[in-house]
Design a protein around this ligand. Sequence first.
Ligand code: ZN
Length: 287
Amino acid sequence: MKGKIIKGIGGFYYIKTDEGVIECKARGKFRHKSLKPMVGDNVEIKIENGKGVIEDIEERNSELFRPTVANVTRAFVVFAMKNPDINYDLLNRFLLLCESNNIEAIVCLNKMDLVSEEERKEIKEKINEIGYEVLFINAKEGIGVESLKERLEGNVTVLCGPSGAGKSTLINTLTNRDHMETGNVSEKIGRGKHTTRHSELIEVNDGYIVDTPGFSTLEVNFIEKENLKYYFPDFEKFNNECKFRGCMHHKEPSCAVKDAVEKGEINKYRYEFYLRTLEEIMNGRKY
Ligand code: ZN
């Protein structure tokens, strides 16, 4: 029987199947392969002596850590339009993290009521230009939430964004829950040690929402510097047009991306953000 792990607690996994949710343990063989089932995994299970056992784990399309979730396909990148103002460096960083994790990002701008229609239009155009869809919402009032719900279908969606953007409110609205213990999901184990987060997938609209906001760390050092350019959808047309193969659009001559910036075909700010990130990766700096 096939299913999807929606929850894991103390060595037990809860698998959503066509026949409902089944509690399972993992086969010992996974331990030898140092493969641990993750929430979000698509698995093959078997019932043995009335107990569920995970037999096999399908290859993952993506792996997120902190929170630990596999096969996330979509992210709602949530920012407030005001209070606080949009921090574009931060927005670009979240978009980059989505791209590098093979996750399709949709920008959701909350507190839409705090800015004028003119301002909304301007911001929408700017973000559309770099290749992302924009949705406006007022999470508190539930305005615009329907269009987010529509986009859950067939996806495993994570919400990410800075604190104060309204992610928790939005997760609760989308999942029809009254409250969420956002502050308590992590438990520090000793100083400087890793943090454990138990995420759960909540089924909504023929899709799933991760109940914990994604990307608790904004580190980009795991990205190979040669790959960075592929995570900028607005560079795509130009990436292979440079004189030098493997051009990183940095100090190389006859660079198609730099030309496109000159001609205004690539947003100058995006290119500067790219350069800053490239240098950060090359220098191994921490964010
Ligand atoms: Zn180049």
